[in-house]
Design a protein around this ligand. Structure first.
Ligand code: ZN
Length: 471
């Protein structure tokens, strides 16, 4: 009786869960929630670049992100929830709340005969990607995580750096990660042109754009590093085979820009993730009924919103186009210029020098002739910015005071960031993560399983069930 019942249940669940799609893509925007997606959407449409495909897939699900220990998750717990389908504590990589190893969807895919790819713009040993191949009690154990990477036998790794050594040389130290990877049959490379020449016949690959750092922000990438779309397209080329593949692609630096409250940089990296999703969509169009595409975020970062105190009903997201580099890069440019002036001109940097940099990198207009300099602008950015006449990047009296003050305090880049955020109407509440839900959008075979209201663990659980993993 019991046996018949079990057989029946097995039969019923095989009906409920058809075979996994031949090709599965999971895209994760780190720190990407609804505000980030909608700021980028608004920006893209305002600039005539059209809709963002990642926001316009077939199904949508509001997705809770809390970890086992906090309403506000970190990337390790949320990565583990998405990859493995379990709630765990902040900091955990591929282990549950009791520190037991839990299989990830990527490992389930591998078991089901698929080739596997892991792609990210941050280091390959970072929390989100490592949740798909590693099992460690702490995200800080990056050398051990890198050991798990080379032991995963996954076919394609592409992203930022990977730690080579373990400074502490503890029990688990067994040598240079790159040498170990080669001994396990990986082709290891770090040059952009080498990456672009990769062919499927090269076999298993680890590509690191940096030594032990994340890749460049999209806004700062002059083409010297591959884009996330390139990493994805190359992954498709390297992994495609008659048994199919699984690929996780992370836009990891959306989160970094969120921590830095840097809106222009944030949305540029989100749009780069959108371009990567577009590569998967092109592939899906050629492989009808064989592809599942999931796009989600692991949590929100920065408490981003559209509309800030003082801007009223005026929003000018398109003004973010005037910012030409990340705030992080601007800080370096600013420092270098101060040093150059000191060495070459033998004097200290003055505010007039700083103004030149602000004109170049933020298109700030110090002519004082525009509508933004009207008398109402005295104490509210809003009124100045809502006028709509004159140069939108004109600096009013209040803003000028703010910049001069910041210059004296050595905090000019921070003030520039605040001014462009205000002029655009983008607000931030924190430099950390928030508990806001994220949005999961889906396209293709089995996408209806990811609609409605989800917990982030549902994503891992469902994909693993599709692969009929018995873990
Ligand atoms: Zn994260």
């Amino acid at each position: 009786m019991k046996k018949t019942m079990l057989l029946f249940l097995a039969f019923a669940s095989s009906l409920l869960f058809a075979d996994a799609p031949k090709y599965v893509f999971v895209f994760i925007g780190d720190g990407m929630s609804v505000p980030q997606r909608m700021v980028a959407e608004e920006y893209s449409q305002k600039l005539g670049k059209g809709k963002l495909i990642l926001n316009h897939l077939s199904t949508h699900a509001t997705t809770r992100t809390c970890s086992a220990t906090s309403l506000v998750t970190d990337s390790a717990a949320s990565g583990t929830a998405i990859a493995c389908g379990v709630k765990t504590y902040n900091g955990a990589i591929g282990v549950d709340a009791d520190k037991n190893k839990v299989e990830s969807m990527a490992e389930a895919a591998k078991k089901a005969g698929r080739k596997v790819g892991i792609v990210t713009t941050v280091t390959l040993s970072h929390a989100t990607p490592s949740a798909f191949y590693a099992h460690r009690q702490s995200r800080g154990l990056v050398y051990q995580i890198a050991l798990d990477l080379i032991n995963s036998d996954f076919e394609y790794f592409a992203g930022g750096g990977l730690p080579r050594y373990n400074d502490k040389k503890d029990d688990e130290y067994c040598g240079n990660i790159f040498e170990l990877a080669r001994s396990k049959g990986y082709k290891v490379l770090d040059k952009t042109d080498e990456f672009r020449k990769l062919k499927p016949s090269d076999g298993k690959v680890i590509y690191t754009a940096k030594r032990d750092d994340s890749m460049l922000y999209t806004i700062d990438n002059d083409g010297s590093e591959p884009t996330l779309a390139e990493l994805t397209a190359k992954g498709i080329e390297m992994l495609d085979n008659p048994k199919g593949f699984f690929m996780m692609v992370e836009g990891g630096k959306i989160d970094y820009a969120g921590h830095g409250n840097d809106a222009a940089t944030n949305l540029a990296d989100l749009m780069a993730l959108n371009d990567a999703v577009n590569e998967a969509m092109k592939f899906a169009k050629k492989h009808k009924d064989e592809v599942l595409i999931i796009v989600t975020g692991d949590h929100e970062t920065g408490g981003m919103t559209m509309g800030v105190a003082g801007t009223g009903y005026a929003l000018h997201i398109d003004r973010l186009k005037y910012q030409k580099c990340s705030i992080e890069k601007f800080k370096k440019i600013y420092k270098a210029e101060a040093k150059r002036i000191e060495e070459e001109e033998e004097r200290e940097m003055v505010f007039a020098d700083a103004k030149k940099l602000l004109e170049k990198w933020f298109s700030f207009d110090f002519s004082g002739k525009s509508a933004a300099d009207d008398k109402a602008a005295g104490d509210k950015f809003a009124k100045a910015n809502a006028v709509g006449k004159g140069n939108p990047m004109a600096i009013n009296k209040k803003e000028l005071e703010m910049l001069e003050e910041a210059f004296k305090d050595g905090k000019l880049p921070v003030a520039a960031r605040q001014i462009i955020n205000n002029k655009s109407g983008v607000g931030w509440t924190t430099g950390a993560h928030t508990a806001l839900p994220v949005l999961t959008t889906c396209y293709g075979k089995e996408c209806e399983r990811f609609a409605g209201f989800l917990d982030n663990t549902d994503i891992g659980k469902t994909v693993k069930k599709l692969y009929k993993s018995d873990d």
